[in-house]
Design a protein around this ligand. Structure first.
Ligand SMILES: [Mn+2]
Length: 322
């Protein structure tokens, strides 16, 4: 069973408009694609997203974000506790602070995170050049220090204490895929963490999807985590094919590469000896205001279909351990 949770919240992103993402993804046929795979889908509708409000000296739109994250976390927790797979439709990429936090709580820290994105989203208020919280979720989940003082520091502490569990996400349980726009201090953080896994577009160019997903599978097995959360930012895709995002960066995954990523992840998950399972998914940063004929949402929906087992001939892939 999959629970679809729409979150039309875009107040912490670079450009407004990803609040239209949940509707665009539904109109692109998300529920039908999953239904055709014989997956039971429970569409829980959309959460309230609040209105713009920023305190002087504070993080942009912190108050509405906090309200939204608390509600999302409760919804994702319920979904996980009922053994469904929550699929969170954003909205901007600040939302996984809540969804992954819920998973950390329910599974008592036994999760790993696969962050498929052009960006590492590992900034803190102190290192961010924009102040947009959608570039800080991985740092929040790891409970990094804010690196600033004043109101913003108080708010960061409030975010960590009220959303992120004390048992934070271990940096050794974070993997990135498709990176190509990483700030210098984010790069430094990633390089200084021995156990994390950062697969960049350079790696994809050089070694291809098959080998890099094999790295990921091996890393998952060595991490010992039994639960996998995937956070998929559509800006991982090449903007020539998927222009509908506020944070487009040229040189992303092609249509074929992105599908191969999803198909191979499904093969890994379906393998008889796979020690981990997929527990949840975010699908974020779809922004129809920058799109052309809803192509980005359609591509994201097809990608989800591949992740949940759609194959060209139907049935399981021959490599899937069946
Ligand atoms: Mn991104």
């Amino acid at each position: 069973m999959i629970d679809i949770i729409g979150v039309p919240f875009d107040l912490c992103g670079k450009r407004l408009g990803s609040r239209l993402g949940p509707a665009a993804l539904r109109l692109a046929g998300l529920n039908q694609v999953l239904h055709d795979l014989h997956v039971e889908v429970n569409d829980m509708g959309d959460l309230d997203s609040g209105v713009e409000s920023t305190q002087p000296g504070g993080l942009r739109n912190f108050e509405p974000l906090l309200g939204c994250l608390k509600e999302l976390k409760a919804r994702v927790r319920e979904s996980l506790q009922s053994h469904s797979i929550p699929v969170v439709l954003g909205g901007d990429h600040s939302l996984p602070i809540a969804s992954v936090a819920a998973a950390l709580e329910v599974y008592e820290g036994d999760i790993a995170l696969l962050w498929i994105d052009a960006h590492a989203d590992l900034n803190t208020p102190g290192t961010s050049s924009t102040g947009n919280i959608h570039g800080m979720p991985v740092a929040a989940l790891q409970r990094l220090e804010s690196g600033v003082g004043g109101v913003a520091d108080v708010q960061w502490s409030q975010l960590l204490s009220s959303v992120v569990p004390h048992q934070a996400l271990s940096p050794e349980r974070c993997a990135w895929y498709g990176l190509r726009d990483v700030d210098p201090l984010e790069g430094l953080r990633i390089r200084q963490t021995p156990g994390d896994l950062a697969i960049t577009m350079h790696d994809v160019d050089r070694r291809g999807v098959v080998e890099t997903i094999a790295w990921f599978d091996q890393w998952m097995k060595e991490s010992g985590a039994r639960h996998l959360w995937i956070s998929f930012d559509v800006d991982a895709l090449d903007p020539i094919l998927a222009p509908g995002t506020g944070t487009a960066v040229r040189g992303g995954l092609s249509y074929r590469e992105s599908h191969l990523v999803a198909e191979l992840l499904r093969e890994c998950l379906d393998a008889r000896d796979c020690p981990y399972r997929l527990i949840g998914l975010d699908l974020v940063e779809t922004n129809p205001l920058f799109d052309s004929n809803n192509e980005t949402a359609k591509m994201a929906v097809e990608w989800v279909g591949s992740l949940f087992g759609k194959t060209i001939l139907g049935g399981k892939s021959p490599q899937g351990g069946q």
